[in-house]
Ligand binder design. Structure first.
Ligand code: ZN
Length: 328
């Protein structure tokens, strides 16, 4: 399997990702202007089956529901919080913005490959005064608004963002990402991702949980599915046939290697000439299509005057109340 993505940056230089099976080579541009090449082995990443903070919360899906406003059902706005460790790990603020933008572009590619009409929009960035430890602790602190985590919440209110995503560095943490709940209400629409896991499609994966998409059935987050077909799909390797899996699948329990593809499970879409799922059990594409409007409806669109003011460029919120325009 090979994926090559090269993105010219407005501020000069390029951001590039070259993926060959489980190896990812990335070219990034640091805030200092230096271009750096890194190599990552995705098979070394661990994603324990249960990456839901509150799996016991039983949130009822509402098919095709519109919430309290008439916002577009196809657009989810996100506040992107990040820790100082993640910023410094990326090589500065501008480089972190590049990485997040690329993760979102990748999510868009995954939706396109499954005919899911969904757009993610960065409403703002937020740099809370917060010292990170683990992925789990970060989501708990974000949820309970501890340790400076009021800032992403304030940014969310000001920018009418449906979801808060928090990027942490957490090197060595066995957890790649954690969503607050399977399915979501406004109060639980948040997730944490490790910056080093972006290449394994963790951003789309955790957001997928908030829209009721769950893992492959063998590694489901809850024993009894709320939506029977809300599962990822995976194809175990056989002699002469390479294994693979979809965005919501957990790959560590595969008998052999089954690298995660940037595609959603679906009985009407294929990968390597085979269906990516079944109508009864593995159709996360349908889950997203049916449920995205619930998450997109947590906040109305920002007032037109606010949109003119920001002219589409996300702001950076800092604890000092200063609003800086993101430059990259
Ligand atoms: Zn998961």
């Amino acid at each position: 399997m090979r994926e090559v993505r090269i993105v010219p940056l407005k501020r000069g230089g390029i951001f590039a990702t070259i993926r060959v099976d489980d190896f990812v080579y990335q070219v990034a541009r640091l805030s200092s202007g230096t271009q750096v090449l890194s190599k990552q082995d995705l098979s070394k990443l661990h994603q324990p089956p249960n990456d839901i903070l509150f799996p016991e919360l039983r949130i009822e899906p509402k098919a095709g529901a519109r919430q309290r406003n008439e916002k577009s059902p196809d657009k989810i706005r996100l506040v992107i919080g990040f820790t100082a460790a993640a910023e410094s790990g990326a090589g500065g603020y501008a480089a972190l913005v590049d990485e997040v933008s690329d993760a979102i572009a990748n999510a868009h590619t995954s939706y396109g490959s499954s005919d899911i009409d969904l757009e993610l929009e960065i409403a703002a960035f937020a740099r809370p005064a917060y010292t990170e430890s683990s992925v789990h602790q970060a989501l708990s602190d974000l949820y309970y608004v501890q340790g400076g985590m009021w800032l992403p919440h304030q940014a969310r209110e000001s920018e009418y963002a449906d979801v808060i995503a928090l990027v942490v560095e957490a090197p060595g943490d066995p957890v790649c990402g954690l969503a607050a709940s399977l399915g979501s209400v406004k109060e639980t629409a948040m997730f944490v991702v490790r910056r080093g896991c972006f290449a394994s499609h963790v951003f789309a994966h955790e957001l997928g949980h908030l829209i009721w998409a769950d893992h492959n059935p063998e590694d489901a987050s809850i024993p009894e599915p709320i939506i029977p077909f809300a599962h990822g799909y995976r194809r175990e390797a056989e002699p002469g046939v390479a294994g693979w899996s979809t965005v919501m699948s957990v790959t560590q329990s595969c008998q052999s290697s089954c690298p995660r593809q940037n595609k959603w499970s679906s009985p009407v879409h294929e990968h390597n000439g085979e269906p990516r799922g079944t109508a009864q059990t593995h159709d996360n594409a349908r889950v997203l299509i049916q449920q995205k409007s619930v998450v997109a409806g947590f906040y109305p669109d920002p007032p037109a005057t606010q949109m003119e003011h920001t002219s589409g460029t996300p702001k950076l919120y800092t604890p000092h109340g200063r609003l800086e325009t993101a430059h990259w």
